[in-house]
Design a protein around this ligand. Structure first.
Ligand code: DQA
Length: 144
């Protein structure tokens, strides 16, 4: 089982940005947590973070035929990007949408998610654990 974990803009600022929403741990900690979970469960993961929409589109396109699942936190691009939705539809890899904070309880502009139309599942407000839950879901459903 090979999973690509993609994070969008400002996720590299975890630990500094709005700790009341995103916690005190940084992006490196999140990556370690995911890698450890993957190792313990015999799953291969690749981690990618970018602040640039086009780079995220490129990464999704490059995943075609290479991954069994995608875990994606598109961050602010969740609420704006048709390009990310189209990229996910293009490669047609089972995808779970993750948000660290509970976007459902936040501003109106965060209530739209373009990628959600393609995603099998959305996990919101479970902090960093949401990524592990998403990996567990994909592994249970598609693991081999
Ligand atoms: C986020 C929620 C988004 O609304 C926000 O723009 C982010 C992070 C989350 O993980 O809770 O950057 O995706």
């Amino acid at each position: 089982m090979k999973i690509l974990v993609i994070n969008g803009p400002n996720i590299n600022m975890l630990g500094i940005r709005e700790p009341h929403l995103y916690g005190n741990q940084n992006y490196a900690y999140l990556c370690e947590m995911i890698q450890k979970y993957a190792l313990d469960n015999g799953i291969e993961v690749e981690l990618y973070q970018s602040n640039h929409e086009g780079c995220l589109v490129d990464k999704i396109q490059e995943s075609y035929g290479r991954f069994d699942g995608i875990v994606m936190n598109p961050a602010a691009y969740t609420h704006t990007s048709v390009a990310l939705l189209d990229a996910l539809k293009s490669v047609n890899i089972p995808t779970v949408e993750v948000h660290i904070s509970d976007v459902a309880k936040r501003e109106d502009f965060r209530q739209i998610s373009y990628v959600r139309q393609f995603c099998e599942k959305t996990i919101c407000g479970h902090g960093f654990d949401g990524y592990l839950e998403a990996i567990e879901y994909l592994n249970t459903r598609y693991g081999k």
